[in-house]
Design a protein around this ligand. Sequence first.
Ligand SMILES: Cc1ncc(COP(=O)(O)O)c(C=O)c1O
Length: 446
Amino acid sequence: MDKYNSEWFDQDWLRFKFESLRRKDNFEPDAQKYQELLMRANLDGARDFNLKVSEAMVETDSLAAMVMGEKPSRFYFRFGAKVLDALAERLVLAEAGYLLDEGINPMDHLDAVFFPSGMGAIYTLTEFMAESIDDLDRARLRVKLADEGVDERPLFVQGNVVYVNTNNVLGERMRNKVIAPSIKVDTTDLMKVGKVLKQLGDRCFGLYFEPLTNPDIRYTNTKSMALLGSSYQIPVIVDNTFLTPYLQQPFRMGADVVIHSLTKYGNGFGDMLAGAIIGPKALISAIKLWQYDSGNVTQSPDSAIKLYDRISDMPSRMDTQAGNAKAIANYLKGSEYVDKVHYPDLEDETRGGLAGAVISFILAGQTLEERTAKERALMQYNIDHPGVINHEVSLGDNVNLMIGENTLGFPNVDSNAGFVRFAVGRTPDAEKTIKFLEKALTEVYK
Ligand SMILES: Cc1ncc(COP(=O)(O)O)c(C=O)c1O
């Protein structure tokens, strides 16, 4: 299959990945060192970013070289800017700064590109990969399907639970493309993944998953996926939104491409949409050329600067909110009103064994109807007692956000009865949130 991705998934990349990028630890164990990496002065050290969309050029005859990637692109924001390069460097250091220890500058091998949202990043990556199928192959694959009824179109293999819109992009949205809708497999079960990859042979185009599933917080080991990926020569693509590079770094574990919805923990204040792809330089350069045409770029220099500043606070924010989540999950595990809590202890897999800052739990009840009623009552309690837990989607925010999966107004979702997703914030602290939950649950079960 590597012929389809050969523009970037080549021998050079694989050699670098196996010889330098992979590590035994899943994250930088020294938190202080990690923090210092994020604070490193960017590029030439100055924070003198251009705040306008266009920038005065300092020499004639230079624009063409910028567009062709021969010089850093600085003339118009859609084509790049110093602040975007600085942001890219910060994110690459966040994911792979450990390479500096070996005297390797990660920016010589990796780069990052930014999007107006996480979905913008995911959609662009899949579109880009679909485009790498050349015209002859497209024609051959279409004829095979139409005339012989044989579907040999390449496809993604994806985790069976991924973010709902990612699911659409890899599946339904592929319907009319030369990529077939993805095959879903439980990536927590290695045997199943191995079996599917074996059956598909050359057809598998990429292995895509979230190490922690949204919303049921099940853990997939990226190292195992990467081993499978490399034995079938398939790029491994990891959405690292939930864990963040502070808690786990997929490149250390053998991933080829890392995706982020920076809307969440990258930004951390719930006031901006943003996304990124981090991967081999050749892939990112090619995607940047695409961006020139698609315009699917970071909206403005000030949102890029905001992200640049906020990403450096991610470690302390994650310490606080994942710490809060662990304490709250422990409380919920002991509550008589809760049947099941999804917040695994990840032991050595992540920093502090933390499973991020999202917990999901199932409220107690004899029947599906009773669970749904309790779920609705808890959501209503949050609505009626504002200030501690918002009845609100998203995650990564400063404040607590909670939704009940069965009480969002979608029909026929009974199997989720009583299923609550709780994106734990930083304020109020865990103690205050637990007190509020104790009171809320006592009220709901009165
Ligand atoms: C794991 C994950 N990936 C991607 C996305 C999409 O990100 P955005 O909302 O920034 O488009 C989300 C959104 O919730 C998500 O949870």
